[in-house]
Design a protein around this ligand. Structure first.
Ligand code: FAD
Length: 278
């Protein structure tokens, strides 16, 4: 199973200690020879400078860095300025998103959907960026009709995206079905599973409830049964995620993107179990 391309996602640290720790985490995860490290971006530009600094630090360590860029609440001029900054830093891969404004914030701005950001990047920057977008195997939580969500996704890809990274999920059939459906709509680009190592099961339950992600009952029951037995929670979490990755790759997933949450231990252990480490 060696040779599966992998990538990792971080959030920009909030403190100098967090920055230092991330440098070490990058060094440790680099053992798996990732394709790139991506760095999230707060909607409305909340982490603009921190995302840029984190991306710079990753690039300075000799790795490909892919900033996320969300557009809701932004202006074309503002996005153009950010793209120019990244271009000057030789960054040519990014993850283009709509983003979610905090509730109560007026949804102003010149972009409504990620597809408009993708079109804008292609129109103003040409073809030398690799543009990733988001995909939702269990559908986007705001969308009531699966068919519409699939059509919007296909449209976003046609606006010029090169590949997609999915929301995290635990049901491999949801991923395989999603890929099958969008292939029927003419999407040929790679769709990379986004995988969440189980750092904290209670946080995952919260995210899953918010974002409409199914946690299999057998996983939930077993995790809850461990109560405070942190070692068993960790071991079972590693096993669940490793088996998920194995099934996805065996079923044709082109790569795996780990939501590493600025930590290396758990993700490396999953890669080790899969024999993905050199
Ligand atoms: P879109 O593709 O624009 O879709 C959003 C919704 O609008 C969907 O329901 C879709 O069906 C609908 N829609 C799309 N086009 C149309 C249309 N033409 N007409 C009507 N409806 C339409 N958020 C951040 O703020 N920062 C990050 O760094 C970040 N990174 C992420 C990374 C990944 C891999 C993923 C999966 C998500 C990430 N998010 C991030 C979260 C993301 O911003 C939210 O999930 C957001 O709600 C949707 O973003 P999108 O780019 O998928 O939006």
């Amino acid at each position: 199973m060696a040779g599966v391309p992998i990538s990792f996602e971080f959030f920009p640290p909030n403190t100098p200690v967090g920055d230092e720790k991330l440098v070490q985490v990058v060094k440790e995860l680099a053992a798996s020879r990732p394709q790139f490290f991506s760095v999230t971006y707060g909607a409305g530009g909340a982490t603009r400078d921190k995302t840029l600094n984190t991306v710079r630090a990753i690039a300075a360590a000799g790795h490909e860095a892919a900033p996320h860029l969300s557009c809701v609440g932004s202006t074309r001029a503002g996005i153009a300025e950010i793209l120019a900054t990244y271009r000057a830093q030789n960054i040519r891969r990014l993850v283009a998103l709509r983003g979610d404004l905090p509730s109560g914030t007026a949804v102003a701005g010149e972009f409504r959907y990620a597809s408009e950001l993708v079109s804008f990047i292609r129109e103003t920057q040409g073809s030398d960026w690799h543009i990733e977008v988001a995909a939702y195997p269990e559908y986007h939580p705001e969308q009531r009709y699966a068919k519409k969500d699939l059509q919007h996704f296909a449209h976003k890809m046609k606006c010029g995206a090169d590949s997609a990274i999915t929301q995290f999920f635990f049901n491999p059939d949801a991923y395989f079905h999603f890929v099958e459906e969008v292939r029927k709509l003419g999407v040929e680009a790679p769709i990379v599973p986004g995988i969440m190592p189980i750092h904290s099961f209670s946080r995952i339950v919260q995210f899953a409830a918010r974002d409409g992600i199914e946690i299999p009952r057998w996983v939930q029951m077993k995790m809850e049964g461990y109560l405070d037995d942190a070692a068993s929670v960790r071991a079972f979490g590693i096993e669940v995620v490793a088996r998920l990755c194995e099934r996805l790759v065996a079923g044709g997933a082109p790569a795996i993107h780990f939501y590493a949450l600025n930590q290396s231990g758990l993700t490396l252990e999953i890669c080790r179990q899969l024999r993905w480490l050199a």
